[in-house]
Design a protein around this ligand. Structure first.
Ligand SMILES: [Zn+2]
Ligand SMILES: [Zn+2]
Length: 143
């Protein structure tokens, strides 16, 4: 299946309308394979999309559950395609090449964090939606 066809079927799977900007953004994410910042998506679209369009499309795709957003150490928003078996995970940010690598923590550690979060919630009367843990260092190419 071509990247364009894959993008099309992602939108079809969510029963939402197939528009050219949506196809372009999904194709860029599929082609690169790694999470990308909004700037990288803009650059990769080679002038085909205005910045406001990219923001709108990202918003839509997130509502459809096709992508997730997180922040990199430079505080830029990073967009990641949700894989079909999308699991909660963490990221390693490579200081050298800026690649972002998916990291899964040990199940027990995740459970432990989760129970900690619940008790913090209770103790401080907060409402917590999730947690993130960033690993900073070098990827296997750069280390
Ligand atoms: Zn690297
Ligand atoms: Zn990830």
């Amino acid at each position: 299946m071509s990247v364009k066809e894959q993008s099309r079927s992602l939108l079809t799977s969510k029963d939402v309308s197939i528009t050219n900007p949506r196809l372009i953004v999904l194709s860029i994410l599929l082609r690169k394979g790694d999470p990308l910042t909004i700037d990288q998506i803009l650059k990769a679209s080679r002038g085909k999309l205005a910045q406001s369009t990219v923001y709108r499309v990202i918003n839509d795709l997130q509502k459809f559950g096709l992508i997730s957003e997180f922040t990199n150490p430079e505080n830029a928003t990073v967009i990641e395609l949700n894989k079909e078996d999308a699991k909660h995970h963490h990221h390693l940010f490579c200081k050298n090449c800026r690649r972002i690598i998916d990291i899964e923590l040990d199940r027990e550690l995740e459970d432990h964090i989760q129970s900690e979060v619940l008790s913090i919630q209770e103790q401080y009367s907060l409402s917590i939606d999730g947690h993130s843990l960033e690993l900073l260092g070098l990827c296997n190419f750069c280390s």
